[in-house]
Design a protein around this ligand. Sequence first.
Ligand code: NG6
Ligand code: CA
Length: 613
Amino acid sequence: MWSVEYSNRQIAIFQSVELLRESRTMEYRCLLGARNFFRKVKPTLSPLATSMESHPIRLRNLHPLRFPKRETIPRCLSTPERSTRRRCNTLPAGTPQSFNYKGENMKSTITLMVGLLACLLPSSSVLAATPGPSRPNIIVILMDDLGYGDTSAYGATTIQTPNMDRLAAEGVRFTQGYATSATCTPSRYALLTGRYPWKNQNAHILPGDAPLIIDPGMTTLPGMLKLAGYHTGAVGKWHLGMGNGNVNWNLTVSPGANQVGFNYSFLLAATQDRVPTVILENGRIAGLEPEDPIEVSYKKNFPGLPTGRANPELLKMHPSHGHDMSIHNGISRIGYQRGGKAALWVDEDLADVFTSKAKQFINEHKDAPFFLYFALHEPHVPRTPNARFVGKSGMGPRGDAILEGDWCVGEILAELQRLKLDQNTLIIFTSDNGPVVDDGYKDEAVEKLGKHTPAGMLRGGKYSLFDGGTRVPFIVRWPGTVKPGVSDALVCQMDFLASFATLTGQTITQGAEDSQDVLPALLGKSPHGRDELVLEASGNTAIRTTQWFFIPPHPGKPVQSDVNIETGLLMTDQLYSLSSDLGQKKNLAGENPEIVAQMKARLKKAKEGFQEP
Ligand code: NG6
Ligand code: CA
């Protein structure tokens, strides 16, 4: 029997360590001692939280002689699983039977904290927790294919993005902020796992029925924040696979976001141009009627159903390349589907639906620290802005979709302000990869582009090893803590994990090995970020340092003709000096053999044990 006491008042009793462990709200707060524990577990006790610094939480074993019964550990478990279970079964050696969270017995307390925490973890992910200095809400707004030059915050004059600009004006705008990859799946994999995507051979653009590519045992950004007491939610685009590869979409699809650290998820499985065209809430298709089940295939069409290829007369938006399979809402997609009519989304409403869900999540967790991964689809294809934005940019659906995305950002900012959460919320605004103009639909993006340069001054775009593929808008806003400004520090989305672990007082002891703690840079307190970063496009890699950008020889076409983007692939070394040649126009490899050799060696070292595919 365990008593949990605060300021000499008993606030909870647990029969056993097992129950203490199972009490999901209790576990983190007891262990980490943050004031939000009181808000969450007992709202009426919240005033007490203000004096947390001077009062300890006390855990007391009321029956010192009755230790929890040992569980029989099944022999079929693997050795690490067995040892984890064993740890869960016993109190750590040396644990006193009465001790405080703060003050005396601190060492023992930490021992117990770590011991109990280990019981709560997925088997292979081990984080040692120490009380964290700060737990702001964290929102990552991740745009899809928004380029470095696509916002007025980054110098666009052909389009105005007032809400994104407001983020920049009130936060730190990074000029050298990166996704790891020039396409979505690998980029998001790195953001969520803190691990280079080329270490996972499945981290490439996935079909909508692909299995989950994040191992549920891995350390992840939401998993780490969950351990720090955050309520974690993912809303928007997923594209990291769902299920085990043989999905029945009419049942709960698992594993998915909820198995890799998110308490809540409201997601489209892959992309808006891929089937299934439905949203899954916690792994279950929202609005699906049992009498009209949905079926999905990436191999063949269902008999008698129209396709974009065979029935162009049914289309309101025509493909320019690919995207000629199942038709939904007058738009043909990648892949085939049948049924599930009531659950199929309306493309033009998606931004509204996701934004209102994001706002709902914020409202529901406004009193606890929350982490929201808000993955908007704008301006990825098919670009289907709501009627409110149609024609507003003068650049066709691509520009209108950017305006729609800007509106979504504004809605989140307004909601935070309304809830008075501004000062306590860190927002990161960024994009999963660089821009593309024609990505497979005839949507006037090329014709109406005018003078707009989606990648700004950068060379290349989506799919490219050149800088335009991975250098993206990257803004951190945290009023009161982050001083507004512009930073040239080299930072990457992959670094969120290690940086926010530091922010929330956690130490990563396993996984996330490529995530670097660049918190001072992210908070605008240091001009120094990373020293180097490996970048990836279609499985090929390049490396950049603070000055140099090196692309080793790669076979392949120099231009991807369907999207009209330079790939950066050449059979010779390419070396660019980013400080003097932002547009990567002058290859300096020939005149700098020593630097080429150094960059080659750095890339080789970074990739040791991992080959090019
Ligand atoms: C490509 C699609 C493109 C887009 C991309 C993924 C074709 C011809 N092109 O294969 O339209 O969906 O995959 O984009 O099918 S990403 O931003 O999710 O990586
Ligand atoms: Ca993308």
